[in-house]
Design a protein around this ligand. Structure first.
Ligand code: C5P
Length: 238
């Protein structure tokens, strides 16, 4: 029996035989609005496992260290154990979602240079937007670590823009999480998938991410399948 360490909204985390490694199991559950909307979609866990594994492999190849080690099965992957820093680091290339609601700016407005926002990862508080000083206080990161996290987030943005460009997708925004290894190194952790990114088809502008579930405008699984197919066909993945 695998020992369950933690169960989140989209993944379960298990211990392995090695203390420095963990097993992530992707669930079929989709949630939105901090768990207020919830539904299971058969095959979603497998798709996100495959999509995130592919993206983390490409990020590693382009020089961004991540927690990803290898895919173990359709829904499971092996990762380096990190202690997650309770920050959601959002990078935005175009205005959408909570930014539009908060500031009343036009949906789709280009953001140059990209905007970085920090949210305090806390379900009871609905993950509030915070500034750097709040992060130093609440997330127990040092100033140097926070600067490194922002630099890494922008580097990830550059690589993701290139990957999704190859897939004929426009990357609107995405959320990252970072963790600290036993040795104190910062590693990109969690996942990068259509659950955590906003993607638009470059030709039609169609939403190709969890917004179809959030907004109830389409079928989630075929959209995620389409993203995986495009990633598998991308020239940068060859
Ligand atoms: O909701 P908001 O517009 O702030 O989301 C920005 C980006 O962060 C979106 O790509 C969304 O999918 C992602 N996000 C996430 N997990 C959260 C909040 C936002 O993956 N808890």
């Amino acid at each position: 029996m695998k020992e369950l360490l933690y169960e989140g909204k989209a993944k379960k985390v298990f211990c392995t035989d090695k203390p420095e490694e963990l097993l992530l199991e992707y669930k079929d559950d989709a949630t939105a609005f901090n768990g207020k909307k919830k539904e299971a979609f058969r095959g979603k866990g497998e798709l996100n496992n495959k999509i995130s594994s592919k993206i983390f492999t490409l990020l590693e190849a382009k020089g961004t260290p991540t927690h990803f080690l290898k895919e173990l099965s359709d829904t499971e992957q092996l990762v380096t154990r990190t202690s997650i820093i309770p920050l959601e680091v959002v990078v935005r290339n175009k205005a959408a979602g909570s930014l539009v609601r908060r500031l009343g700016i036009e949906d789709g407005m280009s953001l140059h240079p990209p905007l970085i926002e920090l949210f305090y990862k806390n379900d009871d508080l609905d993950d509030p937007l915070i500034n750097d000083r709040h992060a130093l206080l609440l997330a127990e990161v040092t100033h140097k670590e926070l600067m490194t996290i922002k630099e890494k987030a922008l580097k990830v943005n550059d690589v993701l823009l290139e990957i999704f460009e190859d897939c004929d997708l426009s990357l609107v925004d995405f959320k990252l999480e970072f963790g600290r290894t036993e040795g104190g190194d910062l590693l990109l952790s969690d996942e990068v998938s259509p659950d955590t990114c906003r993607l638009r088809d470059k030709q039609t502008g169609a939403k190709m991410d969890k917004d179809v579930f959030r907004e109830g405008t389409g079928e989630l699984v075929p959209v995620y399948e389409n993203i995986l197919q495009r990633l598998e066909g991308a020239t940068c993945a060859k």
